[in-house]
Design a protein around this ligand. Structure first.
Ligand code: ZN
Length: 203
């Protein structure tokens, strides 16, 4: 197995929609194992196929703590079957080295996907905030959507991107998501809102 090169923000593959996996072949399995190696080598909690330059509907997540055994979840051809509630999320991305920002997310999701054997499974994420946002973050990668598109404050986020010599969010990509933002504003500032925990990249 090998560690793959991570595609950085600005490369077109990150903005392209992905294709469904048709055959659960050895090639697909090897890609997934390489994605896991790559995610662990970069201390990530999630990685999507476009981030290693492959336009397929595959992502992997592992939200286990560093002192716990690995607990990877593999999502192939995922579909979001429920998303509700709202939360604040401070995120980063392995394709955006060192840049983190505050984004809008749903607080409860249900996703249906296939595993490496092609078998369907359904996963509900509600209480586990890291898992809930990781699912949304990685799912977005399969549709060419990046975490900065969900920025709560676009000017602030563009300032952060500039600091790291990254391009600003393209105007037509930013998702205003007014109802999510209003819902977040109504919530009291909770501990989770101030903990600077990152999705994708854990430093
Ligand atoms: Zn990412």
């Amino acid at each position: 197995m090998s560690i793959l090169k991570i595609v950085k923000y600005g490369e077109p593959v990150l903005r392209e929609p992905t294709k469904e996996v048709q055959k659960f072949s050895k090639k697909v399995k090897n890609l997934v194992y390489d994605m896991l190696d790559t995610m662990y080598a970069n201390n990530g909690v999630g990685l999507a196929a476009p981030q290693v330059g492959v336009s397929l509907k595959i992502f992997v997540i592992d939200v286990s703590e560093p002192n716990e055994p690995y607990n990877p979840i593999i999502f192939i051809n995922p579909k979001m079957i429920k998303k509700e509630g709202a939360m604040n999320s401070y995120e980063g991305c392995l394709s955006f080295p060192k840049a983190y920002t505050n984004v809008k997310r749903y607080s409860h999701v249900i996703v249906k996907a296939q595993n490496l054997e092609g078998r369907y499974f359904t996963l509900e994420a509600n209480g586990d905030k890291l898992l809930t946002r990781a699912i949304q973050h990685e799912f977005d990668h399969l549709n060419g959507i990046l975490f900065v598109d969900h920025a709560r404050d676009i000017d602030e986020t563009n300032k952060i991107l500039k600091e790291f010599e990254l391009n600003p969010i393209e105007n037509d990509k930013w998702l205003e998501e007014k109802s999510l933002e209003e819902e977040i504003k109504k919530q009291p500032t909770s501990v989770e809102n101030v903990i600077q925990e990152a999705v994708d990249g854990k430093d």
